[in-house]
Design a protein around this ligand. Structure first.
Ligand code: IPD
Ligand code: CA
Ligand code: CA
Ligand code: CA
Length: 268
């Protein structure tokens, strides 16, 4: 993608994400219309839909030739990542949005022929925007993020993960997760995959793992983490496919091999 074109897409994406965030803040104390999707804890609100409709409307109006993958169904049904593809999660961390009114993010990734070019993760209530363009570094608002710590030791690392790693599954039943948690320094659960990517990029956690994430949970994060020297794969260490559901490990490369070794023991 040529730089001028990419920069103007980035500036538009940034302006729309910030405007969407302002809409959410303006309405944060209004009563919510809460629905459920795949199960009673899989929440969706009128705001998830409003924000996706707003972003998709802006993109379609300005770039009718671009394609969109979005969580709430306002985008396109894609079978290929050819051309310019926007991958959008209007609210990542809907449960936090509903219960806490904070700790959620708007996540927007822009890919060109399958290559991540732009990533934006906006922590709406903190007004913190993590952003990156491929090969130009990653930023937290105006501050450039440092490259990830090359001296990181596995036993001193902090991992993000969600509560599924406490529930019954092969890795827990065979004790692998318990061994892993004892081997590292600690674990955190934030409830927003996008923010967990951003925290990996910021170096305030060293890895984040999940058994099941959708393309919109990870698209922007992959671009941002990549810019600080982080690495994102599935839990088998294989490349991610942005047209499918993936398992995920995004981390400081210093601990990737050891993490994958633990994970492999539990996935045999
Ligand atoms: C969810 C959040 C959560 C993760 C779930 C995602 P949503 O996204 O990222 O942290 O554990 O797997 O589905 O539904 O709030 O956009
Ligand atoms: Ca959701
Ligand atoms: Ca999400
Ligand atoms: Ca969402």
């Amino acid at each position: 993608m040529i730089d001028d074109k990419r920069n103007s897409i980035y500036l538009n994406a940034r302006a729309w994400v910030l405007e969407a965030g302002q809409q959410i803040r303006n309405q944060i104390n209004e009563p919510r219309i809460i629905g459920t999707k795949s199960n009673p804890n899989d929440l969706v609100t009128e705001m998830d839909k409003q924000i996706e409709a707003f972003l998709v409307g802006k993109i379609k109006e300005t770039y009718p030739e671009h394609c969109i993958i979005g969580e709430e169904g306002y985008g396109d049904e894609l079978t290929s990542l050819e051309g310019t593809v926007w991958i959008i999660d209007p609210i990542d961390g809907t449960m936090n949005f509903v219960h806490q009114r904070k700790n959620f993010a708007i996540s927007v990734g822009v890919f060109q022929d399958g290559v991540g070019e732009i990533g934006l993760i906006y922590d709406v209530m903190s007004d913190v925007l993590y952003h990156a363009k491929r090969s130009e570094g990653a930023y937290k608002n105006e501050e450039k993020l440092s490259a990830l710590n090359e001296d990181l030791k596995f036993e001193e690392s902090l991992l993000g993960m969600n509560h599924y790693f406490l529930c019954q599954n092969r890795m827990v039943d065979e004790g692998v997760m318990q061994q892993l948690i004892r081997a590292v320094r600690g674990s955190r659960t934030y409830g927003s995959a996008a923010l967990e990517f951003a925290y990996v990029a910021e170096g305030i956690i060293d890895g984040y793992l999940s058994m099941r994430l959708a393309p919109w949970d990870i698209a922007a994060g992959i671009v941002i983490v990549n810019e600080v020297g982080g690495i994102s794969t599935n839990l088998d260490g294989k490349p991610l496919n942005l047209l499918e559901i993936n398992s995920l490990l995004t981390c400081n490369p210093q601990i990737q091999e050891q993490l994958l070794t633990y994970i492999k023991k539990g996935r045999k």
